[in-house]
Ligand binder design. Structure first.
Ligand SMILES: [Ca+2]
Length: 482
């Protein structure tokens, strides 16, 4: 439909609304509630897409989302890896509060300098998640793709999602069918990103007449790094200014862009693109060997900026001015209250969110009020990081390293690469921020890493097999995601 015809039909719609004494259901306030699509990428770096400065990867559709919506430059994941950030999105609560502070099931390092707090087997069942209040408000809900918040009773369709389509709790060993868990409709050689998009399209088609919430959680661009051969070939001879020329990774990123293009075309075809809010976000920073983290320090697994600063785009033509850029620091716990406010949905009783609704920023109608952002990562990551915590307050960030209790502070405005520690030159600021971080940990009941009496430097990285709790059966392929 052309813009002129669209404008005309909107005008006719408004006219009908104004003159009709008995509004039909299609004209009730319900019909105006936006559909919400949350596109969640796995391990995508801050600058993996063109809208954030990448000139090697081709991401025209995602760039267009930014051009037609709002792009955040200080958006954060609440954690530097998968499960805790995913939990924070779905609950609106800090990982330190839900207890999911590490990828599940985590790791056991019996000789490390510190003993890590025990993890739950999944996002605790008493945690309320987004689809519940949305369903109560009349939304159809679906989880498509990666979950990583527990198997069995912890899976999305048992947690309030109306339907789910994916590979269970964990990730795939291959991006090409056959997978270790059969996927309905998949034939050998099918690409996983495309299959998820197929499922999302079917969900959108089926729910075109009711408001819907689609949690679209791509397995890309997490390992295994695999892409369709024709896309890989198309990167031959293309200039990567980083010098890596990792065509497979680039093609994997572009594979997502092509899927997003299909979803946007579907929305437009159904006349839903104006009143659908589309979020684009990544669950943690990129792996530095392949991803572009925008010049920020380090990557996945660390709470240096490279591990937690994320691309965040929201397109919602009904309410967002095209081409907006927002510098206010925001975090993944904010999505829950934002989405509820967008949907006009009341929260479920007994649930409290740690987040702040971003609607004033999205609409350009005002600022948000929040004293600080916090991170609590009392764990060892696969990338080699040791237990750490952080607070960001204005341009200032303090990082606490739990193994030796030392702190560092950085001014992110003047030193976004976190290269110059100012803790010794500004000890008062360091002390105040450290106290605020510790007080926050107390307030959310954060579980701490503690000194390990068995610490053995030579064997510190040696792992022991996990002892699973009885409610999660690791021999069950559906639960374990194998
Ligand atoms: Ca991840």
């Amino acid at each position: 439909m052309s813009r002129a015809v669209k404008a005309l039909s909107t005008a006719i719609g408004v006219l009908m609304l104004a003159t009709s004494a008995w509004p039909s259901p299609a004209q009730s306030p319900d019909a105006k509630r936006p559909n919400i699509i949350f596109l969640l990428l796995d391990d995508m770096g801050y600058a993996d897409i063109g809208a954030y400065g990448n000139t090697y990867h081709r991401t025209p559709t995602i760039d267009r989302l930014a051009a037609e919506g709002i792009r955040f430059t200080n958006a954060y994941a609440a954690a530097p890896n998968c499960s805790p950030t995913r939990g924070s999105i779905l609950t609106g609560r800090w990982p330190a509060r839900t207890g999911v502070t590490q990828y599940l099931p985590g790791n056991v390092l019996p000789y490390a300098r510190m003993l890590q707090p025990e993890l739950p087997v999944g996002l605790p069942l008493d945690e309320k998640i987004l689809p519940e209040p949305l369903a109560k408000a009349g939304y159809s809900t679906a989880c498509v793709g990666k979950w990583h918040l527990g198997g069995g009773d912890y899976l999305p369709d048992r947690r309030g999602f109306g339907e789910s389509f994916g590979l269970g709790h964990l990730g795939p060993r291959t991006m090409f069918a056959p997978f270790r868990i059969p996927v309905p409709g998949a034939t050998d050689g099918d690409y996983l990103t495309d299959l998820l998009t197929d499922a999302a399209e079917r969900f959108i088609e089926r729910n075109r007449d009711t408001p819907f919430f689609l949690y679209m959680s791509y397995y890309s661009v997490h390992a295994p790094i695999q892409a369709k051969p024709e896309l890989i070939d198309s990167y031959a001879g293309r200039n990567d200014p980083s010098g890596r020329n990792y065509a497979v990774y680039a093609a994997m990123v572009e594979g997502v862009d092509r899927s997003v293009q299909r979803l946007m075309a579907k929305l437009e075809h159904l006349g839903l693109d104006e009143n659908t809010a589309v979020f684009f976000f990544s669950d943690n920073g990129g792996v530095p060997q392949r991803a572009f983290n925008g010049g920020f320090r380090s990557g996945k697994g660390y709470i240096w900026e490279g591990g937690i600063r994320e691309p965040l785009i929201v397109r919602w033509p009904e309410s967002i001015r095209p081409g907006s850029v927002e510098d206010t620091p925001v975090t993944s716990v904010d999505f829950y209250p934002t989405i509820l406010e967008m949907a006009g949905a009341a929260d479920v009783s007994g649930h409290t969110s740690d987040g702040v609704s971003l609607l004033p920023l999205l609409e350009g109608s005002g600022a948000i009020d929040r004293p600080a952002l916090f991170w609590h990562y009392p764990h060892y990551s696969n990338a080699g990081s040791a237990p750490m915590g952080a607070i960001r307050k204005g341009p200032w960030k303090l990082i606490e390293f739990f193994e030796d209790s030392h702190v560092e502070i950085y001014n992110l405005e003047t030193d976004p690469a976190e290269s110059s520690d100012l803790a010794k030159t500004d000890p008062r600021r360091a002390r105040l921020m450290h106290e605020e971080l510790a007080a926050w940990r107390d307030s959310v009941g954060a579980r701490l890493a503690v000194p390990n009496p068995e610490f053995d430097p030579a064997r510190a990285r040696q792992r022991r097999a996990l002892q699973y709790k009885t409610e999660w059966d690791p021999t069950d392929p559906v639960q374990s995601g194998r």
